[in-house]
Design a protein around this ligand. Structure first.
Ligand code: NAD
Length: 355
């Protein structure tokens, strides 16, 4: 074995019903007095309850997806003006992403309280959108110093968003089997992440208030994000990035749709990954396991449902060809990518890509 693995320095506090107590403890640990909370407009009440034990100096309510640069600049300016010492993000990847943009501009630390399965809280990756183009990068200043997971906060996340977000998390794990920095540690985390999510997502789909299901999903989302943070972006993420950034497709749903297609495309050339993913899903093959789970969850099926069209495929192929990392297990050709996008456009059987 020969590999490099980086473990990012971050405290993780996990406990249902414990968010307010754990947040107060982490805030005291950081020693910050002037605190700014960044949260989505859709769950301000939840954020007020979580921060009931601390003094909040400044609120930012409203977190558009993909971190538009204008909003990020406004938040960063407020952080400087008000001498903020700690940022607290409460919400999904959009709230975390906005806090990360402010942390990058000001070097102020973040404590993150995630309410979806996006996993951004466990990575040092930032993203920013300027005039329709999304740029991402790595900066350790954007890694939250602490993450507070409380499954009770996720019971209000609608089931359809939970499913798409959970499949986004599984995609973090699956892509980490062939991303540029893949290594045995990432792969082990990824296996457990897939296993936990495949238990949790069906439970929460049956009953959105099922705390055990929500806990499995949150735990799996964290493991998957840690694997992804270390492995980097592989073919799946690069393609979804193109679809989200250049064709305005929604983040989590796009991941949910593309997952079986990238899996079918790559696993024929990655037998060990295929058998480990299959084992994590308790299925005969990785693809069958993912498809069984997606069927059970009634996951999003076609890119066409989200406004993608055949006319856009040549541009998506061109952009993806330059974005996909060189070490992808299966050779990436314009013909192969064209077939992949056509299949995902209409929800055709991914098995056709295995031949
Ligand atoms: P999101 O944060 O936009 O949340 C989706 C929707 O769910 C929003 O309408 C939000 O208001 C709502 N919501 C969130 N929590 C809720 C709750 N508990 N109850 C009710 N409603 C709730 O979307 P997301 O999928 O979590 O994050 C997507 C963003 O995160 C994208 O911009 C993506 O690029 C980014 N992301 C970044 C990384 C990274 O490592 N930097 C990793 C994953 C995702």
């Amino acid at each position: 074995m020969r590999f490099t693995h980086v473990t990012l320095a971050q405290r993780v506090l996990f406990g249902s019903g414990k968010a307010a107590v754990n947040l107060a403890a982490e805030t005291a640990r950081v020693g910050a007095q002037r605190i700014m909370v960044i949260t989505s407009g859709s769950h301000v009440a939840l954020a007020r309850a979580v921060t009931s034990r601390i003094n909040v100096h400044q609120w930012h309510e409203g977190t558009p997806m993909h971190v538009p640069i204008g909003v990020a600049d406004r938040v960063s300016a407020t952080v400087k003006e008000k001498d903020i010492e700690l940022l607290i993000s409460i919400g999904g990847g959009s709230a975390t992403g906005l806090a990360k943009a402010a942390a990058r501009a000001t070097s102020i630390p973040i404590v993150s309280v995630p309410t979806t399965y996006a996993g951004s809280e466990a990575t040092n990756v930032w993203g920013l959108t300027d005039r329709g183009l999304k740029t991402t990068g790595i900066d350790d200043r954007v890694l939250p110093v602490a993450v507070i997971y409380d499954a009770q906060l996720t019971t209000s996340l609608p089931v359809d968003i939970s499913i798409a977000s959970g499949l986004n998390a599984i995609a973090h794990s699956i892509d980490s089997f062939w991303a540029p920095g893949t290594n045995p540690i990432n792969q082990t985390l990824a296996e457990e992440g897939i296993r936990a999510l495949s238990i949790g997502l069906p439970l929460l789909t049956r009953d959105p208030n099922d705390l055990a299901g929500r806990e499995y999903a949150l735990y799996g989302a964290y493991l998957s994000a840690v694997a992804f943070a270390s492995a980097g972006s592989g073919m799946h993420h690069k393609i979804c990035h193109v679809l989200g950034g250049s064709f305005d497709l929604p983040h989590a749903q796009t991941h949910a749709i593309m997952l079986p297609y990238v899996l079918a495309f790559n696993t024929r050339a990655a037998p060990e990954a295929q058998s480990r993913i299959a084992a994590a899903l308790g299925a005969a093959t990785a693809l069958r396991g993912v498809q069984r789970l997606r069927d059970h969850l009634e996951a999003p099926r076609t890119l066409g449902d989200y406004g993608f069209t055949a006319a856009r495929i040549p541009r998506a192929v061109k952009l993806s060809l330059t974005a996909i990392p060189a070490g992808n297990p299966q050779e990436v050709t314009p013909e192969g990518l064209t077939a992949l996008f056509h299949a995902a456009l209409t929800g055709a059987a991914p098995e056709t890509l295995c031949n």
